[in-house]
Structures are given as C-alpha cells and as structure tokens.
Design a binder for this molecule. Structure first.
Ligand SMILES: Nc1nc2c(ncn2[C@@H]2O[C@H](COP(=O)(O)OP(=O)(O)O)[C@@H](O)[C@H]2O)c(=O)[nH]1
Ligand SMILES: [Mg+2]
Length: 301
C-alpha cells in the first residue's frame, strides 16, 4: 500500500485506535489490564464473541511466554485481529465481458452515491470508461447528487426523470454501455426499505434486466453499510441479504467512528466479503479492504 494511502487509513481509523491503544501503554499484565482491554474491545464494537476469544488468546500467550509488559502483547493482538480480518476480505468480480456491472444497495444515507463517485474516479484513473446509472429515481436530489459525482469523476451518467422505473434506467445504462464498449456500469439504487417483498421485487427486476443484456456477466451486488452504526448494521444487512444475493460489502464512514472493530462481527455474521472501506468524504477516500494494512494502521504506534 502507498504511504499516502496508509496515512489516510491511519487517520481514518484514529477514533477507533484512540479507544484501543491507551489500554496498553506502560501497563503491567494483570487482571485489571485484561478488564480494561475487554471494555476497549467492546467499545470498538469488536463484538462479544470475538472479544472473549481475543482476551483468552492474550491471557494464554501472556502466561505461556511469561509476558509482564502489556506493550509486548500488542503484537499478539495485531496477529489475532489480522487472522479474523483476513477471512473477511474480497475483491470485485468484474467478469470477462464489457461492461462489468456493479449494483449498489443499502439504506438511505449509508454512502452509496458517494462510494459510486469515488469508485468511478478510481476506474477512470485506471483508464476505464465508466457509466453511472441513476436508478435511485425516488428523489430528484438523488439524481442531481449522482450527476455532480459523474462530473467530478469524469464519468457518463444515464438518468431518467424522478419517479421513473429504476429497471428502465438500468436497461438504458447497460445497453448503451454495451453498444459503446464502455468498461463499467455502476448502478445507484434507492435505499428504501418499504417492505422486504417490495425490495426483493425491485432488485429482481433490476438484476433480470442486467442479465438479459449481459447473460454471461456476474452481477456484482455491493451492500453499502454505514460504519458509524457499527454492529447495528447487521440487521439491516440481513434484510438485504434475504432479498437478494449480496456478493460484497463496503463499509463507509470509518473516519467518523470509534466502532471500527465492527468489521469483525459484521464479517462473522454475514459471511460476505468486505471489498472496500470508506475513510472520508473526498474522492480519494475509498480503499480496497486490506486486512494487514487495516490492523497495522489500528495498532501501530
Ligand atoms: N466521513 C465520511 N462520510 C461519508 C463517507 N461516505 C459517505 N459519506 C457521507 O455520508 C452522507 C451520505 O452519503 P450518500 O452517498 O449520499 O448516501 P446514500 O443515501 O446511500 O447515497 C454524505 O454526506 C457523504 O458525504 C465516508 O467514508 N466518510
Ligand atoms: Mg444516494
């Protein structure tokens, strides 16, 4: 990982880190230390199950290796966290044909449109042509917001008017991208959770539309979760998971929360790979999820 990227990650995880790290400095290894660490891990939203496992693991290591200085246990915590997170990482599936289509789901305000804008900019940087599909037709402002990101990123936007059928927007976007030979279509959807049945129907219709035009392409389906609510996002995630086949997760706003440890329970519960994380509002503040860098940024002094 580039240094500038790592610095951004470190800065983004600062709130979580500030919760966790002071527990170690200058402390002897004793019950009081483990109690404090347990509270810090729970506050970081690592979850009850993983927290217990981590504390047990550290107690064992301290005993076996006669570690007296809490500072020396940091590297063991790092190792353990990395082991959890390595099982959580995944990469985008873009298929072999043009265009690749990525569908973004998630409740209102989770960060879908922002994530699409950031990702569009990254693909553009790689020299790819990108189309944004404004399939959140529920609010006019949502279409306008996507348009701003399209301009910023240098992507083409396909939009209809407010209230239009989202599947029709997706049809136009994917169809035009196919005929023009564009590389990637990023589909912004509305975050409404009217009822699960309604959500399911709408998503099925959108997916069918994509598959009709691109029958051999995977439909990468990314659920965007707001990192500031930590583990509380698991329940809404389950609703989406029940409504459709979710193939990846993006966790946003990690810069605005001390609950960065929630990646662990989110991954354990949902068993869906985390593909990107958001560490700020700017166009460059989206990073592929890199477990080693994540842990390094969190625990490093
Ligand atoms: N600090 C921070 N803010 C973010 C991040 N991602 C999104 N946001 C903000 O979250 C708010 C909602 O994002 P938006 O993309 O409109 O969510 P949507 O309703 O799911 O499309 C906006 O104010 C974004 O700037 C992030 O990684 N960090
Ligand atoms: Mg939006």
């Amino acid at each position: 990982m580039l240094k500038s990227m790592f610095d951004k990650l470190k800065n983004g995880l600062k709130k979580t880190k500030n919760n966790l790290i002071p527990t170690f400095s200058g402390k002897p290894v004793n019950e009081e230390f483990f109690d404090e660490l347990e509270i810090a891990l729970l506050k970081a939203d690592v979850g009850v199950k993983a927290t217990e496992e981590i504390i047990d693991f550290l107690k064992d290591e301290a005993k076996r290796k006669r570690i007296k200085d809490a500072e020396k246990l940091k590297s063991y915590l790092k190792e353990k966290l990395a082991r959890y997170l390595q099982r959580c990482a995944g990469k985008l599936e873009l298929g072999n044909e043009k265009p690749a289509v990525i569908l973004f789901l998630g409740i209102n305000g989770s960060g879908k449109t922002t994530t699409i804008g950031k990702l569009a900019a990254q693909f553009k940087k790689e020299g790819k042509s990108v189309v944004l599909a404004a399939a959140d037709t529920f609010r006019a402002a949502a279409i306008d917001q996507l348009e701003v990101w399209a301009e910023r990123a240098g992507a083409r936007i396909v939009k209809h008017s407010q209230g239009a059928d989202p599947a029709a927007v997706v049809y136009d976007a994917v169809n035009s991208a196919k005929s023009r030979g564009d590389d990637i279509v990023l589909v912004d959807t509305a975050g409404r959770l009217h009822t699960k049945e309604h959500l399911m129907k709408e998503l099925q219709k959108i997916k069918k539309t994509i598959q009709k035009i691109m029958p051999n392409q995977p439909v990468e389906t990314i659920l965007v979760l707001d990192g500031t609510i930590g583990q509380n996002s698991i329940n809404q995630a389950k609703t989406f998971k029940e409504a459709t086949d979710v193939t990846g997760i993006v966790i946003t706003k990690l810069d605005g929360t001390a609950k960065g440890g929630a990646l662990i329970p989110i991954c354990q519960e949902l068993k869906i790979p985390i593909k990107y994380i958001g560490v700020g509002e700017g166009i460059e503040d989206l990073q592929p999820f890199d477990p080693e860098a994540f842990v390094e940024a969190l625990i490093e002094d």
